[in-house]
Ligand binder design. Structure first.
Ligand SMILES: C=C(O[C@@H]1C=C(C(=O)O)C=C[C@H]1O)C(=O)O
Length: 180
């Protein structure tokens, strides 16, 4: 899995995030994927027979490692960094990098550190308090061959986490058929 890390990490590190409005993605055939407010994992699962998560890396990082805008979104806090590839029928679909403040990993949420290869979305979106905001998008590819990414903040029991997702070339987001 380190090949994913080498390939995709730089793409998510240097993203210029923009508002969905400025990229005019609403109403496009892929826009509904990027704007999905509910669990992306659940949605991807509906498009394959076997949905799996490969855990690439998980480690604690110091607040000094966060970028200025990450600090603005989740605070100047030490975090658990989790990197995974979401796979549909063995194909890599989404590379995801999540920052979970250590202050979020408390009380009922202390189990988020032990997810392993269980999709984060399955855990977060079973909680009725879960919500998503601060959604931003970016095209890390070209106009002809887009490679979409999005970043959003999730809240669980009023505690934040920040998820950045890169939709890889084989993801259903690029399929021409109308999707549900
Ligand atoms: C946030 C969600 O969870 C997905 C699963 C992730 C994981 O297991 O680490 C990371 C990012 C998401 O794409 C979701 O389903 O919406």
């Amino acid at each position: 899995m380190s090949k994913f890390k080498q390939l995709y990490k730089p793409l998510l590190d240097n993203v210029q995030w923009e508002t969905p409005l400025s990229l005019a993605i609403e109403g496009t055939e892929f826009g509904h994927w990027l704007l999905e407010p509910d669990s992306l994992s659940r949605r991807l699962q509906r498009h394959c027979d076997e949905f799996t998560v490969s855990l690439i890396e998980q480690k604690k990082i110091d607040s000094t490692m966060l970028s200025a805008d990450e600090r603005e979104l989740i605070g100047d806090v030490n975090c658990l960094l989790r990197k995974v590839v979401l796979m549909g029928d063995g194909q890599p679909w989404v590379f995801a990098r999540t920052l979970i403040p250590l202050s979020t990993l408390t009380g009922q949420e202390s189990d988020l550190e032990q997810l392993g290869e269980m999709p984060l979305g399955f855990r977060v979106f079973t909680d009725s308090s879960a919500r998503r905001d601060a959604l931003e998008v970016a095209n890390t590819g070209t106009q002809v061959q887009p490679l979409w990414a999005r970043r959003s903040r999730l809240w669980i029991n009023n505690k934040p986490l920040l998820v950045a997702e890169l939709f890889l070339a084989q993801a259903p987001v690029y399929s021409k058929e109308r999707q549900c």
